[in-house]
Ligand binder design. Structure first.
Ligand code: HDL
Ligand code: ZN
Length: 424
């Protein structure tokens, strides 16, 4: 390419990059997996700087630099735990980890000056907030149009809140989470029996009917976008134990009839270190062949899949190329870091084009939407711009409307189209 052409090409590249950053930065996103609750769920909705500082990612990190007896930490009030994290991870050493940087991004984007390092001053700001108004503030700052919650009928705190009913809020969509059913059938079957379902635990036809009724009752109640489960690296399919049987005989027929996808989040080693509680889970490489078998054998079901091990990502993308009923999503948990988001998003654009959902926040604390989306948008914009620049090198200039269309798809539109194809 001649010198002049190069200069023109460089200028055009810069224009594309600016356009993509603008569109990605402000695109309203549907966050398809979070642990945030609508305000009507009361104390289940976590927000504010003490909740941010005691996020389980930071708990794991503070024990690395300032170990203490676990029970002594957990006996502290939330503010005491937050003080401990702030001291050891922010004041006594620079907060360079992704979870630490996230706290600073939230404070900064809310207009508080993190450099003041004055935790009590930050607390005053949050103390002045009302939950409903603050939801609006955070959704606006994060450009989030709606989140999908994680709604668990086996959660003793959440279940009674469904008895109270309450108006659905389109900003907070639901997902029916059923881990205990698939990963702890013996005790789950006892709970179903306590709740009045004719379940004996023998997985006979009566049990399978009872489980299908349980699922349908909660689908009618919650109107979930999808049913979800997180599974260990040892997940295999087909498998003639409770997990495989319940998926085959209950989850999939009910999901098909309800017209909703089944979401599998695979690769978590639960409670590697129980002393850390929520922070004690780990990761392991799982078997992508199980995903392939599941999707191949059930072409009329729709599957959303994210895997926790970096090791599984390429094989999952190749598997998705073979299976149109498989939608890959997110850089989950230990993969939700700039270096991993970049690697995974590049790989997905190269192997899947735009037919995937690059990110979900997994936010547990409302305010985290601000940092988790700000940090991810920066990386997704850079990778997407690179792809458009590659296209320009091949003589294909994308238009502003095409960029906006593509970004809307990546930020929830493609997920919604995929869910619509699940409808019977
Ligand atoms: O199982 C899950 O949905 C995970 O996301 C866990 O909730 C985990 O504790 C988490 O919050 N990861 O980000
Ligand atoms: Zn999660």
């Amino acid at each position: 390419m001649g010198k002049l052409d190069m200069k023109t090409a460089d200028r055009d590249d810069a224009m594309v990059r600016d356009l993509v950053c603008r569109e990605v930065d402000h695109a309203p996103v549907l966050d398809i997996h979070t642990h945030i609750y609508a305000p009507r769920f009361g104390s289940l909705l976590l927000w504010g700087v003490d909740e941010l500082l005691t996020y389980h990612y930071l708990v794991a990190e503070v024990f690395r630099v300032a170990p203490m007896p676990y029970d002594r930490f957990w006996a502290m009030p939330k503010s005491g735990q937050a003080d401990y994290v702030w001291k050891h991870l922010f004041i006594e050493r620079s907060p360079v980890s992704e979870a630490c940087r996230g706290v600073l991004t939230v404070l900064h984007e809310l207009g508080l000056n993190p450099a003041r390092r004055d935790l009590d001053l930050f607390r005053k700001y949050f103390a002045s907030m009302d939950a409903e108004a603050y939801v609006e503030t955070v959704f606006r700052a994060a450009h989030v149009r709606s989140v999908v919650m994680t709604n668990d009928p086996f959660d003793d705190l959440e279940r009674p809140m469904w008895d109270r009913g309450g108006a659905a809020d389109p900003r907070f969509q639901t997902a029916l989470r059923i881990d205990p059913l698939l990963t702890g059938w013996p005790s789950a079957s006892k709970r179903l029996a306590d709740w009045g379902y004719p379940v004996r635990g023998d997985l006979g036809s009566g049990d399978l009917d009872g489980v299908r009724r349980f699922l349908n009752d909660w689908i009618a109640r919650m109107k979930p976008r999808y049913m979800a489960v997180s599974l260990s690296p040892s997940f295999r399919f087909p498998e003639d134990g409770p997990c495989g049987r319940l998926i085959e005989e209950c989850i999939l027929p009910v999901a098909r009839q309800a017209g909703i996808p089944f979401a599998l989040m695979i690769g978590v080693r639960r409670q590697v270190n129980p002393g850390l509680r929520l922070a004690g889970d780990g990761v392991g490489a799982a078997d992508v062949q199980a995903v392939s078998e599941l999707c191949m054998r059930h072409p009329d079901n729709r599957f959303l899949v994210t895997m926790l091990s970096r090791q599984n990502q390429h094989e999952l993308c190749v598997t998705a190329r073979k299976l149109p009923n498989l939608h890959v999503f997110g850089c989950w948990w230990f993969l939700n870091n700039p270096s991993m988001i970049e690697e995974m998003t590049r790989q997905r654009f190269e192997l899947l084009g735009l037919s995937h959902t690059p990110q979900h926040s997994d936010a547990r604390v409302l305010d985290q939407l601000i940092y988790k989306w700000s940090h991810s948008r920066a990386v997704i914009a850079e990778v997407l711009a690179d792809k458009y620049v590659d296209l320009a090198r091949a003589g294909w200039q994308v238009t502003e409307a095409e960029v906006r269309r593509d970004v809307a798809g990546l930020f929830g539109g493609t997920f919604e189209q995929f869910c619509a194809t699940a409808k019977p």
